[in-house]
Design a protein around this ligand. Structure first.
Ligand SMILES: *Cc1c(COP(=O)(O)O)cnc(C)c1O
Length: 491
């Protein structure tokens, strides 16, 4: 299957590209994104036939249905990385927490957040393709905390790949920072910048677009790519666990095949939610995809009243930092799917030029057929964490807690809510919630206090971070990022 562009074709780039081309060179005409030309259709039989499948078998068949230009053996090797998750037999456990609330835990991979679900196999496939083609790539990543560790982990010591990862110094949790700065691997460079996540992201975008930087790389024989969720290579792996979670409910005798469920998705860049939307379009019996946000509630406004309005908005720092996003990239793929390339370009141009776009009332109705949305404040998030930990014996991280408000609204229907991070990545916030205080705990203090109080274990990969040597200690001003990266490439 080939891939086309959300904002149409500029007459310079090829009109269609293969999957491998789309993931190696993810930038499309007019700043658009690559999307599959058609989505595969998976009938009810597909679900019936996979009732006894392992996660890997299900994943393999879903990937094959996209008819991608990747050899079977390579797909299988990539999927074998799920064997390193906590339970190789079931990398994504689904837990019944309330009568109609099932929490699908996407965080059982090596860096304890859901980014591993896609980045583990994606990184393997990308570096294998690069090696096969004899091409060298520099992968740039800007992170507010979870993408960085997952990207470094997946590309560590992989051939033909170098990674430069930018994070806002002081803007991540201790655990997230340690996951990055203690990561060894000669092909990795981690750079703290003096500024916030937006500064890191802007620096990255400027480098991707810089003629001079691209020229220098070209001379060195290095191509540039990105590992964020604008890359379809991540989205494709994020369709799979929606099917898996549904099948888990069937296996647990909670639903019959064909029965509809809602998917509640803590959302930032909308990659996870887009995976759910594609799964629905492919035939998974999903009633609605419910978009959960924090106080940066642009997605709630879009879905409730059709306006994407950044004119009077600035980013609010919340306790769920992975969702502190104003420009949610993957919404564009839904716009394209529903309204076509011409309209998508119009809307995205308006967002870039005026910081604003507005859907027509017909378009809004169309969007609301598939989506509903709501957001939670930091105070509400803490209230949900405490309530579920102490009364329902389920410990959630602050991102996961944003799903509860939507569950309460849709209580009478079956809901799969996604847990996108383990509590250990955001322990100080969780302890603030349990204690109902606002004290500044260190991560280590919060981790040990919570583990003792609730009689739970801290995973070894988190505990050992505090004793590992620091490998990366570069912290620079924004203007010096390019110089640092070039210095790293010289080595
Ligand atoms: C990345 C992330 C999200 C947001 O996911 P999107 O696919 O960008 O919407 C939510 N929670 C956590 C913990 C994350 O790391």
């Amino acid at each position: 299957m080939n891939f086309i562009e959300t904002r149409g074709n500029d007459g310079v780039k090829p009109v269609e590209v293969s999957f491998s081309e789309a993931i190696l060179n993810p930038s499309a005409s007019f700043g658009g994104l690559y999307v599959p030309k058609n989505l595969p259709t998976l009938k009810e039989d597909f679900l019936k036939n996979h009732i006894n499948s392992s996660y890997k078998e299900l994943a393999f068949d879903i990937l094959k249905s996209f008819d991608i230009d990747i050899e079977d053996d390579l797909i299988k090797e990539a999927l074998n990385l799920y064997d390193k998750f906590d339970d190789p037999k079931n990398p994504v456990p689904v837990i019944k927490v309330e009568e109609n609330l099932y929490i699908s835990e996407l965080y059982h991979g090596p860096t304890r957040a859901f980014k591993d679900m896609a980045l583990q196999p994606f990184g393997y496939i990308l570096s294998s393709l690069a090696k096969k083609r004899g091409e060298n790539y520099l992968i740039l990543a800007a992170t507010s905390g979870d993408t960085g560790p997952a990207t470094l982990h997946t590309f560590k010591n992989k051939p033909n790949i170098k990674v430069a990862c930018l994070y806002p110094e002081g803007g991540t949790s201790d655990v997230q920072r340690l996951q990055m700065v203690t990561e060894d691997g000669k092909n990795l460079k981690v750079i703290g910048i003096i500024g916030d996540f937006d500064d890191a992201q802007t620096a990255l975008k400027n480098l991707l677009a810089s003629k001079k930087f691209n020229e220098i790389l070209k001379e060195k024989g290095i191509k540039l790519s990105a590992a964020n969720s604008v890359n379809f290579g991540r989205i494709i792996f994020q369709t799979i666990y929606h099917f898996h979670s549904y099948l888990e409910l069937v296996r647990q005798d909670e639903i019959k095949i064909g029965e509809q469920v809602n998917l509640i998705v803590p959302s930032g860049n909308f990659g996870n939610a887009l995976g759910g939307y594609y799964a629905k379009k492919m035939g998974l019996p999903v009633k609605k995809i419910l978009i959960a946000s924090n106080e940066n509630n642009v997605l709630t406004e879009l879905i409730k009243n059709g306006r994407y309005d950044l004119r009077n908005k600035s980013l609010i720092k919340t306790t769920s930092p992975a969702m502190d996003i104003l420009k949610s990239s993957n919404v564009e793929r839904v716009l394209f799917d529903k309204f076509g390339a011409k309209r998508t370009k119009e809307l995205m141009d308006s967002l870039n030029e005026n910081n604003y776009y507005e859907l027509t009332s017909e378009e809004l109705k169309e969007l609301q057929k598939d989506f509903d949305a709501d957001f939670s404040s930091d105070e509400e998030i803490k209230k949900y964490i405490k309530e579920y930990a102490l009364e329902k014996n389920y410990l959630m991280d602050p991102h996961t807690a944003t799903t509860i408000k939507l569950y309460e609204k849709y209580k009478d229907e079956k809901n799969i809510a996604y847990s996108t991070a383990e509590w250990t990545k955001f322990a100080p916030t969780v302890l603030n919630a349990l204690n109902e205080d606002n004290k500044k705990y260190s991560d280590l203090e919060a981790l040990t206090t919570i583990a003792k109080r609730l009689h739970i274990m801290i995973p070894v990969v988190i505990e050992e971070l505090f004793n590992k040597p620091i490998i990366h200690d570069t912290v620079v001003e924004k203007d010096d990022i390019e110089k640092e990266i070039l210095k790293f490439l010289e080595k």
